[in-house]
Write a protein that binds this ligand. Structure first.
Ligand SMILES: NC(=O)c1ccc[n+]([C@@H]2O[C@H](COP(=O)([O-])OP(=O)(O)OC[C@H]3O[C@@H](n4cnc5c(N)ncnc54)[C@H](O)[C@@H]3O)[C@@H](O)[C@H]2O)c1
Length: 484
């Protein structure tokens, strides 16, 4: 266990504290040290803590608490790095033993995440990756970062959360803090997590403490390292609230305390619904402007020069990733319980789901311009990952596009500098094992699906192949590019 250092400075959101919050976030983003005077540890409010909660608070403040992270994916792995970086000991738990083996061998399975800090912490015995869940009892606080997908009927699938909570309840001990980080509908912490944990016989708020803190990880975005992104936190009850706040003060420059888990859960969904709706709006306008022969990209560039009241969103071939295509439907499902329609969410989903079909129409049009049909055409998709410069292909619109083209008789290949082979896909088993092909002139059509940096330096003019560009990456002086 490493010696605890003074905590970095952070401040919770207060009604008049927003200016300070932004200043400290800016400092963290700039890599500047934060002033120690604002550090937690003033003891304010600690009078409400007694016994186990006071002991845990002391451990959190002195960085001697042991933190367990359950689910070592895109969210959990950076969380572990943040915890060891804050000088605390960390256990990483996952049911996927291949991930545990990789971590133990110091090999990252997520290309954009380096393991130097964890490997170094592992040498000091400050980080342990394990699938032995009996070791949960060695932790003082647990973060749950497991998947929350939709099921086959587009309804929330909380099975990973439920299973994890059942496992935790078997190993829960008095004084523990358990924080759900997985995105879900408001009420999940209170209605799902806490009752399962209380199945242990321990009571939330007195025997153990529970909270929710949504993750705002933006994989591959080096501009916003995880610890510099303000972290919304909430406890179930005031004591849990104090403990959750103290926990995240160790790892994040700015901690924003919400009054309840429901507010914190809803804030995450608002953020993602905001994106989904705005992307749908530009996607719909793209369809109109294409018919009016107006370039949507140029329109957005012009509009974004407005210095207030406008935020640019960009059209694309469809939504991807584990968040935007999924999370909004957690709320629309929950809303049915209250008989309240969520028309923006449904409409945005409808429009965004149409976009792969728009790409197919664009491909047919581009081939037609060269007197070719889709059937028999050799087509290369540039990009399988759903966003630039990462290897995350979950929910990628490239898959429905590949399937539709293949069903129409095209000979479809893909290129992706970050995804060399298609991993097993429950929804797209036909593509499993397909390897990335080099970009060459050996195709009838290229479809640019992902704005990987590498694709900005391809000599498209030299290739002389018709191109459908869904991301506005191909230079404007290249002829024969169909943007859709
Ligand atoms: N990926 C993102 O950018 C992002 C951003 C914000 C929020 N989130 C949310 O965070 C949560 C996790 O997403 P992710 O992208 O990290 O998922 P992920 O699939 O990358 O990782 C989840 C990990 O949990 C493990 N797991 C599943 N069940 C488990 C169990 N019972 N016990 C232990 N481990 C288990 C899986 O093996 C996997 O390694 C989701 O709710 C997601 O919506 C994700």
């Amino acid at each position: 266990m490493s010696t605890a250092e003074p905590p970095p400075v952070v401040d919770a959101m207060s009604p008049d504290g927003s200016k300070t919050m932004r200043r400290d976030t800016r400092r963290a983003l700039a890599g500047e040290p934060l002033p120690a005077a604002l550090a937690e540890g003033d003891g304010e409010g600690d009078a409400s803590l007694t016994g186990a909660s006071l002991a845990l608070m002391q451990k959190l403040k002195t960085r001697t608490a042991v933190i367990g992270v359950i689910g070592l994916g895109y969210v959990g792995l950076p969380a572990c790095i943040g915890i060891v970086g804050a000088g605390m000991r960390c256990f990483g738990f996952d049911i996927d033993s291949s991930k545990i083996a990789s971590l133990t061998a110091g090999r990252s399975y997520l290309r954009h995440i380096g393991l130097d800090e964890l490997t170094e912490a592992g040498r000091r015995k400050d980080f342990v990756a394990t699938d032995d869940f009996s070791r949960l009892t060695e932790c003082d606080a647990l973060l749950i970062t497991v998947p929350t997908p939709l099921d086959g009927h587009q309804q929330p699938d909380l099975s990973f959360v439920v299973q994890t909570c059942r496992t935790v309840s078997e190993h829960l001990r008095p004084g523990m803090l358990v924080v759900l980080e997985s995105t879900s509908y408001p009420g999940t912490t209170t209605e799902v997590m806490i009752p399962i944990l209380e199945g242990s016989g321990l009571k939330a708020g007195s025997d153990f403490y529970a909270g929710f803190s949504p993750e705002r990880e933006d994989p591959g975005n080096s501009e916003f390292p995880v610890g510099a992104i303000p972290k919304v936190v909430a406890g179930s009850g005031p004591v849990a609230g104090r403990l959750v706040e103290a926990l995240y003060r160790a790892t994040h420059a700015t901690v924003v305390v919400a009054s309840s888990p429901e507010v914190a859960e809803a804030s995450k969904l608002l953020e993602n619904i905001f994106r989904s709706v705005n992307i749908a709006l530009v996607n719909e306008l793209k369809l109109l402007f294409m018919k009016m022969n107006i370039d949507i990209w140029e329109v957005i560039e012009a509009a974004r020069t407005k210095p207030f009241g406008f935020m640019p969103f960009y059209p694309g071939p469809g939504l991807g990733g584990h968040c935007i295509p999924i999370d909004p439907f957690y709320l629309s499902w929950k809303a049915r319980e209250y008989g309240q329609p969520t028309r923006f969410i449904e409409l945005a989903g409808e429009i965004n789901r149409m976009m792969p079909g728009v790409v197919i129409a664009g491909a047919a049009h581009a081939l037609n311009e060269h007197s070719r049909s889709v059937r028999g055409a050799r087509i290369l998709l540039l990009g399988l990952a759903y966003k630039p410069d990462i290897d995350d292909d979950r929910e990628s619109p490239s898959y429905p596009v590949m399937r539709m083209l293949a069903e129409m008789g095209a000979d479809v290949s893909f290129n992706d500098p970050f995804v060399s082979v298609v991993p097993p896909k429950r929804e797209y088993p036909e593509f499993e094992g397909l390897c990335s092909s080099p970009v060459s002139a050996d195709y009838d059509l290229l479809i640019l699906m992902t704005a990987h940096s590498e694709y900005r330096s391809i000599e498209y003019g030299c290739l002389g192949v018709p191109i459908v560009d869904t991301r506005n990456v191909v230079p404007r002086d290249i002829p024969g590019v169909f943007r859709c």
